[in-house]
Design a protein around this ligand. Structure first.
Ligand code: SF4
Length: 218
């Protein structure tokens, strides 16, 4: 990691905005930002926010969602956690807490405005963003996002062939809660995931010459 990115990462890891200057109620626990910036990774995983297990481990995607995500990407844990290959920046770096039903709260809204643009500016080598869930899709796709997550993910071919850089591919969250969504949308596993695995493999091998800039229908 270069010096500027290392310095900004250190500041983000020491961040206390959500307890000292929150927008609304403060974070109900000590901040524990979980992020993996990188000066060399081609791929950015733009997730949602840590859950309870990741809050405890301090390592992103150390949970069943991570297992499913690695399966989607076609990579093992060693590759996934190698910052030479993947940078990981959730939309909220800290576990936001649980709602009354025991579900994870949304990412803290203080986080992205404070950290995301400066971190992205120091990672210009990123050429593929995997935008997981509506919060990451809103930030990384802006007005290219459709009115629902399903419509946005279904639009992946058009997003791939757009002029926007870095390229952004939208994904649903790999949580078990989305197993029903996956069953209702078999095209995701049949069409989208083979393409995604191929583009991930190309970037990990460093052989970007094999990437097809035009057609997602290989
Ligand atoms: S969620 Fe983000 S803004 Fe809030 S304390 Fe954690 S790092 Fe800081």
């Amino acid at each position: 990691m270069n010096d500027a990115l290392a310095a900004l990462t250190a500041r983000a890891r020491a961040c206390r905005i959500c307890v000292e200057a929150p927008l609304g109620g403060p974070l109900p626990h000590e901040p524990r930002p979980v992020l993996v910036p990188s000066s060399s990774a081609r791929i950015l995983i733009a997730g949602q926010a840590p859950g309870t297990r990741v809050h405890a481990s301090g390592v992103p995607f150390t949970d069943p969602s991570g297992d499913r995500l690695r399966d989607w990407l076609g990579v093992d844990a060693a590759t996934f956690y190698d910052p030479a290959h993947f940078a990981i920046l959730p939309m909220g770096f800290c576990f936001p807490g649980l709602d009354a039903k025991g579900s994870d709260l949304p990412p803290r809204r203080e986080c992205a405005p404070a950290w995301r643009a400066p971190l992205m500016a120091l990672m210009p080598q990123i050429d593929l963003v995997l935008a997981i869930g509506v919060y990451a899709q809103a930030w990384h796709l802006g007005n290219k996002r459709k009115s629902s997550l399903t419509e946005t993910v279904m639009d992946w071919r058009a997003l791939w062939t757009s002029d926007a850089r870095p390229r952004v591919l939208p994904l649903p969250h790999p949580s078990w809660r989305n197993s029903g969504w996956l069953k209702r949308h078999p095209w995701f596993e049949n069409d989208f995931l083979p393409f995604l695995k191929r583009e991930i493999a190309i970037r990990i091998s460093g052989d970007l010459g094999k990437a097809d800039p035009e057609s997602p229908l290989s």
